[in-house]
Design a protein around this ligand. Structure first.
Ligand code: FAD
Ligand code: PYC
Length: 417
């Protein structure tokens, strides 16, 4: 299917003919018998891997296999915060690559992903946090990533609804990244899917991978609920189900799966035009374009595959944020949900070769992978196409756990776990 460009002219043309002429954004074909590359998982990272395989490396005989609907995993369940203010050099490079790709992703995909670089503050509410964020600001300066430590007065100017004089945790300042922000999560998945489909790739939904066939240390193909499919290379990109897929392939991962939950309030008039993360009290909040307050907190304290919200979480998160944002105390909750996040011990991702020669894995993004989607796809496509990691992925191989070479981002992850 060739992609028809979206434009103001196309909108006007379709308005004049009752919107009868729009083509489907992506095809839904039956699987072919063989692909050069199969990507398992049509979340943002799987779709971005496929997109850059085609766009940058000319590999287009690709299928993306999804057990549910595309973007229905964590990609469609996250709170869409984008920032690159990480501490360690390899992380800062990868997340900043992603953030910079986000700036032009709408134009690249000809699809409005609603990237909104409105700025992100990570509050300091203890002396320890003040020291920590000052250190990160210094590291970011050396990495060429503009962030700054700002004082409480500037925080209040940026977020007038904030109570900076809370009795337990007064706001002492914050780490401010003006070029951080948000994007529309579904649109990221849909835009990537449309671009992949236009390159001739097959996106196959409602198709669960049930087994991985290998021979002599090489993957030969997969078994799915729509039949067997063979492949030249396999990329496993399934977030919270990485352990399950790795087991099918015959290896183990240093990953734990836990639920991370979020909620939105009823829509209200615009009252906050930056993103705020309050890590001491375990909560964060932004306002969506529809006016809902988008609110999240820490991850569940126990391993589970429960893709839904819980009463206990709402109570804990909202209680934590009420002192800092008294305005939310009388809002009604509209929706609540959960996603299964894939946590590594150092809270950094895995982009890696595996014990099977032609099988690669991308996982471990945990509570923070939405912001990384284009950079991760870019780096993963290079790994799959060339068989070796490029400079962005090199530090994130599985061997780091054996070698004790951790990339500790437990603070920068910003979400309690
Ligand atoms: P997913 O989007 O989960 O995609 C994996 C896909 O694999 C799924 O669609 C799944 O159905 C499919 N799959 C699994 N098993 C199989 C199988 N056997 N066969 C076929 N398909 C299979 N990150 C941020 O950067 N900022 C945030 O503000 C943020 N907030 C978050 C809030 C919440 C509540 C949650 C849950 C996560 C949040 N994250 C955030 C993390 C972010 O959502 C994830 O890191 C990211 O979306 C992971 O993308 P993915 O493509 O790897 O996984
Ligand atoms: O990684 O910035 C983040 C984040 C915010 C909320 C969940 N993850």
């Amino acid at each position: 299917m060739g992609m028809r460009r979206y434009s103001a002219f196309a909108v006007a043309r379709e308005a004049a003919r009752y919107h009868q002429g729009w083509a489907r954004a992506w095809d839904s074909p039956a699987p072919k018998a063989h692909y050069d590359v199969i990507v398992i998982g049509a979340g943002g990272h799987g779709l971005a891997t496929a997109y850059y395989l085609g766009k940058t490396h000319g590999v287009k005989n690709v299928a993306v296999i999804e057990k549910g609907w595309l973007g229905g995993g964590n990609t469609g369940r996250n709170t869409t915060i984008i920032r690159s203010n990480y501490l360690q050099d390899p992380s800062a490079a990868l997340y900043e690559k992603a953030r910079s790709l986000y700036e032009t992703l709408s134009q690249d995909l000809n699809y409005n992903i609603m990237f909104s670089p409105r700025g992100v503050i990570m509050l300091a509410q203890t002396e320890h946090e003040v020291r920590g964020w000052k250190r990160t600001a210094q590291a970011n300066a050396l990495q060429g990533i503009p962030t700054e430590f700002i004082g409480p007065r500037r925080v209040k100017e940026l977020v007038p609804i904030m109570n900076i004089h809370g009795p337990r945790y007064p706001v002492l300042g914050g780490l401010w990244q003006a070029r951080g922000g948000t994007a529309r999560h579904d649109a990221v998945a849909w835009g990537l899917a449309r671009a992949c489909s236009a390159m001739g790739m097959d996106i196959i939904q409602n198709c669960e991978v049930t087994a991985i066939r290998s021979e002599g240390g090489q993957v030969k193909g997969i078994e799915t609920t729509k039949g067997a499919i063979s492949c030249g290379k396999l990329a496993i990109v399934v977030a919270g189900h990485s352990g399950v897929l790795a087991e099918m392939a015959g290896f183990r991962l240093p990953i734990e799966s836990v639920a991370l939950q979020a909620l939105v309030s009823e829509p209200i008039k615009p009252c906050m035009d930056v993103v705020v993360m309050a890590n001491t009290v375990h909560g964060y909040m932004s306002q969506s374009d529809k006016g809902e307050m988008v609110i999240g907190g820490g991850a569940d304290g126990f391993n589970n595959y429960t893709q839904r919200g819980s009463f206990q979480h709402v109570e804990e998160t909202v209680r934590a944020l009420c002192e800092t944002f008294p305005i939310i105390s009388r809002l009604k909750m509209l929706r609540q949900w959960g996603g299964i996040v894939d946590m590594t011990g150092d809270r950094s991702p895995i982009l890696s070769k595996t014990p099977l020669g032609n099988c690669f894995i991308n996982c471990g993004w945990g509570t923070g992978g939405f912001k990384a989607i284009p950079g991760s796809g870019w780096a993963m496509a290079q790994l799959v196409a060339k068989g070796e990691p490029g400079p962005l992925a090199a530090a994130f191989g599985l061997e780091r756990f054996r070698e004790g070479r951790f990339i500790d981002e437990s603070v920068a992850a910003g979400v309690a776990h």
